[in-house]
Structures are given as C-alpha cells and as structure tokens.
Design a protein around this ligand. Structure first.
Ligand code: 9W1
Length: 421
C-alpha cells in the first residue's frame, strides 16, 4: 500500500499504466471533454469541495479531472470493494487528487476510505449506491448543514433516497442522475448489452454465429443483450413472464418460448431478469452437452448454483471465469463468473462511450447543485428534460451527426389543435 498525506492506494508506481488507461478513456468520452473545455475559463465549481464515492475506473477518472478543471477540489473513494482499478487510483494520487481506494479493501477499510473524503468537509457529494450520503446522515450529521446538494448514480441508491425523503429524513437535496434518459436508457441497453457479450467472449472465446442464444428477461438489459447477440449471428430465444415484453421480443424477430422448452435447445444462456430461480435443476437436467450459463442481473440469484453443485459429479475451472460442471450422465455445463454479473466479472463494465453520457449528467448535476442546491427542497430531484436533450445533442455533435430542426410552421402545426382533419 502507498500512503500519502492525501491518499491511500495500492501502489503509486502503477501510475503510468493508469495514466494511459485514463488517456484512452478520455479519447472515447467526448462529451465530458467538451464540458471540460467549456467550463475551464469560468470555473463554476471554484470554492466547491466535492466528496465522491464511485467505482475508481478510468471513466470515473475522466469525470474527476473534469470536475477539477471546472475549479472543484475533489476527494474520492470507491463505492464497491472490488471495482477499483489500482493503476487508475495511482494515477489520480500522482495527479494530486485525494483518493482513498484499492482493490479488495475490507468492509472496515471501505468506510474508513469514505470517512477520509468526509474529513475534507465537502460542500457537494457524488454517490453511486448512496453509501457516502448515508454516512453523512448516520455518522457525520455535523457536516450536513455545509452540504449544498448531492447526486446519485444508480437505481438502488435513488430508491433508498426517495424512501428517506418521503420520511422527511433527507438533510440536503439530491439529484437523481440515474433517472435521466441519457443515463439509464443507454447504460442498460447499450452498456450492458455489449459488455455482457464481451464477458461471454472473454470467458469462453466461442463462436457466436449460429448458436442458440437464450436471453431470460426482455427488460432493458435483456433487450440490449439480445440485440447484440442477434447482430453476431445468433438465433436468439427470449423467455419472459410479462406478456407485453414477450410480444415486443417476438415482433423484434426473437423466438419466444418457456425456459422449459429453451433449456433443451440453448447453447448459451444469459439471465437478465432481476428475479431468483430462473435457471434451476430441471433446466440443468435438459441442457445439451457444452451449454454455457451466465447472468447479467444485479444479484447472483438467477441461476441455482447450489443445485448445479449438487447435481455435478465433478467441477473444475477450465478457463478464467469458466467452471466446468460434469453431470452424472457425462454432459458438461459451463458456468461463467460463478453466476455473478458476467459483464463486470469477465469484462470491464460499460464502455467509456456509454459512461460518457452518465458522467456528463453527473458533471452537470454538480454544476446545478453548486448553483441552486441551497434553494432546493431537501428531496430527490429529477434531471431536467432539457439537460437530457442538451447532452444527447452534444453527443451527436461529437459523433459528427446533424439532425433536423422544426420550422416555425411545423411548431405551429404541432401545437395547434384546430389543424388536422
Ligand atoms: N462505473 N466506471 C467492474 C460496476 C460493480 C466494475 C461494477 C462503471 C465504469 C455497472 C457501473 C471489472 C468497472 C466497474 C469496471 C469493472 C457497476 C457494480 C461501469 C457498470 C456499474 C456493482 N456496478 N459500471 N466503467 N464494477 O461500467 O464506473 O471491471
């Protein structure tokens, strides 16, 4: 461990590798980079101290540097004990950022790291999962009056905070970055879609073309994964419990059937339901020799791993993130990443281009809280629809794409209910 007066990371000598990763991400995150240039002069975050608690990754580093470029002082900890990229943390520390994060820290160390960022008496907080906000509300209440506002990145965190706000327990306003269309709609569909396929390929290196690819759940994550698998030449089968979702899958060219039917024909299975017991013993019994099983839902409850262990006569790790289970009749089933999120465990999470939009929402959220936080109700606030459109418009521009504008006549037509038949 390398400890400095304002950081604790795994090994400061990894900074050069981290710096290269960050530069790579910067080259793929044009919206944040455009915002960095836009606010470099005016310094809208001057005088603000931001405590952040979010996965220490190359993408997060691009956000941190953008906040700093806009004038903020920043102190950071990771929001998950296993998501920190140690070389990225080292590069941030070498750059003078107060960062307390290393891969595999214990629960005590996790809260210790959050507390170090609170020593800094933040005026703004930035969360993924609300652990930092909760720490202020439980152990550091004295800091709350000095905090103008905060932002929250995820669904789970937003749920927690809305419940708190309902009870009147929230001590400063929060912006629900998660609920911005340019966040959840892109993260879940395109981020999870690509990274799940990426995880399967890294763990197995199988050919996707021609395979029967079974997606359980046709929500945003399932839909994204199914679309990408189809693009790679798979025959995609969708299983669902919700009639409208199943109907959409059908009309998008997916085959729909029950898991009992799919179990016998699938080559690759991925669960994306958020529900437990999606693949269970009776499915394992029917599966073909060589079938590959994985999960991209939040919790590792979708595949009944206990049953798999019980049914198997032997088990070995045949490749990283790929366990071979031999059934009593000799069939081999392959479980990826122990049934945990295959896109995080076997790949690298969402690609930088997708995080660009999520984190541009975070950046604009910080600007808004710095400016208006003091006047907002102490509840959970939504990102404005204008911010969504502005952000999408910058993204399009950075991709060299132009779109049409309504003419005044078209605007009048759209708003005049007297016109029409
Ligand atoms: N977030 N930069 C693992 C990621 C863990 C993780 C998690 C992301 C990003 C879903 C955020 C092994 C990055 C993060 C790389 C990695 C997430 C949990 C990102 C996808 C969400 C519980 N949740 N995310 N990049 N670990 O991709 O910040 O590689």
């Amino acid at each position: 461990m390398t400890t400095g007066s304002n950081f604790k990371v795994k090994d400061l000598s990894m900074a050069e590798d981290g710096q290269m990763k960050i530069e790579w991400a910067e080259s793929r995150m044009p919206v944040l980079m455009a915002l960095r240039e836009k606010y470099r002069e005016s310094q809208p975050l001057k005088g603000q101290r931001i405590a952040g608690c979010l996965h220490v990754t190359k993408e997060t580093a691009v956000l941190i540097r953008t906040l700093k470029a806009a004038g903020a002082e920043v102190a950071w900890s990771g929001c998950n004990p296993l998501s920190t990229q140690d070389d990225v943390a080292a590069a941030l520390a070498a750059d003078g950022i107060s960062v307390y994060a290393w891969h595999g820290l214990s629960v005590e160390e996790f809260y210790w790291a959050i507390d170090r960022t609170l020593d800094f008496k933040p005026t703004l907080t930035l969360d993924d999962g609300a652990d930092l906000i909760m720490r202020v509300h439980t152990k550091h209440l004295e800091l709350a009056p000095g905090i103008l506002g905060g932002t929250e990145e995820t669904t789970t965190g937003v749920h927690r905070l809305r419940a708190m706000a309902k009870d009147g327990k929230l001590l400063y306003p929060i912006l629900a970055v998660n609920d911005a269309e340019t966040k959840w709609d892109f993260d879940n569909v395109y981020g999870t879609g690509q990274s799940s396929i990426d995880g399967i390929l890294r763990a197995t290196s199988v050919l996707l073309a021609g395979k029967n690819f079974v997606v359980a759940g046709y929500g945003h994550c399932g839909k994204g994964t199914a679309a990408r698998a189809k693009g790679m030449g798979c025959n995609v089968i969708v299983t669902e419990v919700k009639p409208t979702a199943a109907l959409k899958a059908t009309l998008e060219g997916m085959r729909v059937m029950t898991m009992d039917e799919a179990a016998a024909v699938g080559d690759i299975f991925i669960t994306a339901t958020g529900m437990r017991d999606v693949l269970v013993g009776r499915h394992f019994e029917r599966m073909k020799d060589g079938a590959i099983l994985c999960n991209t839902g939040h919790y590792d409850v979708e595949i009944d791993i206990a049953a798999l262990n019980e049914m198997a006569t032997s088990k070995r790790t045949i490749r990283p993130n790929c366990d071979e289970y031999v059934m009593n009749d000799g069939r081999r089933l392959y479980l990826l990443a122990n049934g945990r999120l295959v896109n995080l465990a076997a790949a690298e999470g969402h690609p930088s281009e997708v995080m660009d939009m999520s984190f541009a929402n975070q950046f604009l959220g910080m600007l808004r809280m710095a400016k208006e936080g003091g006047n907002l109700d102490k509840t959970v606030h939504d990102v404005s629809p204008e911010q969504d459109q502005e952000l999408a418009s910058i993204k399009l521009e950075t991709m060299g794409l132009s779109i049409d504008r309504l003419t005044p006549e078209q605007v009048a037509y759209a708003t005049d209910y007297l016109q029409g038949t």
